[in-house]
Write a protein that binds this ligand. Structure first.
Ligand SMILES: C[S@@+](CC[C@H](N)C(=O)[O-])C[C@H]1O[C@@H](n2cnc3c(N)ncnc32)[C@H](O)[C@@H]1O
Length: 286
């Protein structure tokens, strides 16, 4: 679908540059649980951003589009959401299917790499992005923030949410092995391309340097074992740790010991998993 605000929709998905956790059915489901668990915080964040009916918004790295659907409902038929993701094969078709089922015809999908994706100056009212900048090489984030600031109309708002302290993740009662698991996840996301899994810390400064008026907030999340919400960390560990062992980020024996401990903790109602604090940054173009 063409669009006059669009400059570049080149999608690049070479083997080494793909999204760290892949595009399997299990990963799409993990993103769904994750969205469900963070739904209330996300609604609060979106309302703080002040996105309103009739606005043109961009959803950066929308994946299967759980956030896109929320944004599309806010802007209504008088507005639109440009949903951008490099994965045009799995994620965007899933989003289109769900949008059609929900009767939302105000979403335009773009299979594009955010390292180069661009729009016309002053062409949008808002830009939203959650858990995506952490998968871009750190050096590319700065130039993307510069482009985002340029896309915004005066009064336009950019709302970004990213992790800011991954080493904070822990379990109560304390796990012997989780710190090494967190470290392996950090190293795997960083990878050879130099991504920053805690890019949330840099966003306030980057948005400020791009000339936006910046406001921040930090949120965290804890979930209890034996509840539906436990599926969120459970899916992360079960789906993705085996690949980290295979690729040498995690020692096999630590993985085995952690998994045995996790099995036990998962059955105990007093177990609590604490996620990484999340930096919520709102930048306004004056
Ligand atoms: C963890 S998922 C988050 C999806 C969605 N933002 C959410 O909050 O549910 C990260 C998404 O970022 C996308 N992504 C990562 N790097 C990208 C890039 N350079 N260009 C476009 N999309 C990218 C991935 O394809 C993936 O769909």
């Amino acid at each position: 679908m063409g669009d006059k605000t669009e400059i570049d929709t080149f999608a690049s998905t070479s083997e080494t540059e793909e999204y760290r956790f892949g595009y399997t059915h299990e990963e799409m489901e993990r993103l769904r649980y994750q969205h469900h668990v963070w739904a209330q915080e996300n609604q609060r964040f979106i309302s703080r951003a002040g996105f309103s009916t009739g606005a043109t918004l961009v959803d950066l790295g929308c994946g299967p589009g759980y956030t896109t659907i929320d944004l599309a409902q806010i802007v209504g038929l008088a507005g639109k959401v440009i949903a951008v993701d490099r994965d045009g094969e799995n994620s965007l078709p899933l989003l289109k299917e769900r949008a059609e089922t929900a009767g939302l015809f105000n979403i335009e999908t773009r299979a594009a790499n955010l390292e180069t994706f661009d729009l016309q100056e002053g062409s949008v009212d808002g830009v939203y992005g959650r858990w995506v900048l952490m998968y871009l090489p750190e050096a590319k984030v700065k130039s993307l923030i510069g482009r985002i600031a340029k896309w915004l109309r005066p009064g336009g708002v950019c709302a970004l949410i990213e992790f800011c302290n991954y080493r904070h993740i822990h379990i109560h009662p304390q796990s012997k092995y989780l710190p090494e698991i967190a470290e392996a996840l950090i190293q795997a996301v960083t990878g050879e391309r130099g991504c920053n899994p805690e890019i949330g810390n840099d966003l306030p400064g980057l948005l400020c340097s791009a000339g936006l008026d910046v406001e921040i907030n930090v949120t965290t999340k804890a979930v209890r074992a034996t509840t539906q919400e436990w599926l969120w960390p459970d899916a992360l560990f079960r789906n993705h740790l085996p690949a980290l062992v295979k690729e040498g980020f995690l020692d096999h024996s630590i993985y085995d010991d952690f998994l045995a401990e996790w099995e036990v903790r998962s059955k105990e109602p007093d177990s609590i998993f604490f996620g990484s604090p999340m930096m919520e940054v709102i930048g306004k173009r004056l």
